[in-house]
Design a protein around this ligand. Structure first.
Ligand code: MLT
Length: 322
């Protein structure tokens, strides 16, 4: 059986596939056309976020049984097309959690203490000490949008800074949290009352442009927003406008609607912004973890039809629906 790996994974992950005697095609740096060509006759396909597994590619992949996503977000895979073709899509939901949560806290601190600007100034021979007065996290209100695994890890870390936590999640009620630790509120209250807002929801039709200009203007002028989840949840042009017009005090953004971004992205020259190139899961631990997990899952499905972390329920045999 053949397995295409079209994004970088670690050697230990590759070893799992090779030891299972799969014919492994490794194309981490190839073009979309080359990947489309390569996936036509493979049985398994491993991606991270760099490959767009489009409906066309999936429809042309006649032998494909499983797509494994090394990571959490599956917005780069056309899941509907895979489901229609009986192809299982699986991700590795537990492995990146801590890295994403830690990067969120790093971004929050970098933003509140002007770390990138201070560093950039020193590199240019400046000593901007008096201009770079930051703000403490202590006693500030942190609004966490999305109370899943990553949101909860962020909360745990931010409580150690003595932040007061507001949480919003359409699927979670106050019963699941001690109100003294996390007060569950609606999105309007969270937007209006938070000093820092951090996003931990997937990108989909209901979260696209969740923070548009209108909502950004309903934040406090002194508030800051952090997005280590997915590009597009904050509208990029609207965020640049809100920052440049001092509607909010700052933003730290790790993810973008289209990656990589170029110098023409409106956020690049926006005021009071910290940008990183999708580093949320870029740690040695997370990279190794997702590589091992996805390769084991794809191997176990191809060899033993064992399902782990499947996020669709493909209909391979319509007769089974009777
Ligand atoms: C994830 O969804 O797991 C992270 O954003 C990292 C990635 O996209 O590879």
């Amino acid at each position: 059986m053949k397995v295409l790996v079209s994004d970088p994974i670690t050697e230990a992950g590759m070893a799992i596939l090779k030891e299972a005697d799969f014919d492994v095609i490794y194309l981490p740096d190839s073009s979309a056309d080359e990947k489309a060509d390569a996936c036509k006759d493979v049985h398994g396909w491993v991606v991270r976020s760099g490959t767009q597994a489009t409906a066309d590619m999936i429809n042309n992949a006649d032998n494909l049984q499983v797509i494994g996503r090394a990571g959490v977000g599956t917005d780069n895979i056309d899941i509907a097309a895979a489901t229609r073709k009986g192809i299982v899509v699986m991700n590795t939901p537990n492995v990146n959690t801590i890295s994403a949560a830690e990067h969120t806290v790093a971004m929050m601190l970098a933003l509140s203490r002007n770390i990138p600007v201070g560093h950039g100034g020193i590199m240019k021979g400046q000593w901007n000490r008096n201009a770079l007065v930051g703000t403490e996290l202590r006693n500030k209100i942190l609004g966490v949008v999305g109370l899943g695994k990553i949101g909860r890890e962020v909360i745990q870390r931010c409580r150690s800074f003595n932040m007061n936590i507001l949480g919003f999640d359409p699927f979670i009620s106050q019963d699941m949290f001690n109100e003294a630790e996390v007060k569950v509120v609606d999105i309007e209250t969270l937007t209006a009352e938070s000093d820092f807002i951090t996003l931990h929801v997937p990108f989909n039709d209901s979260t696209k442009d969740l923070f548009n200009f209108d909502r950004l203007c309903r934040m406090k002028n002194s508030a800051r927003i952090i997005n280590v989840a997915r590009g597009g949840i904050i509208n990029e042009a609207d965020l640049a406008k809100a920052l440049n017009e001092d509607k909010i005090a700052g933003a730290a953004i790790d993810v973008f609607i289209s990656e990589p971004i170029g110098e023409d992205n409106p956020l690049v020259n926006a005021k009071n912004i910290v940008l990183t190139p999708h580093l949320g899961a870029s740690t040695l631990e997370a990279k190794e973890g997702v590589s091992l997990a996805v390769c084991e899952q794809v191997r176990d499905y191809l060899l033993h039809e064992k399902l782990a972390n499947a996020i669709n329920m493909p209909v391979s045999d319509l007769a089974k629906l009777k």
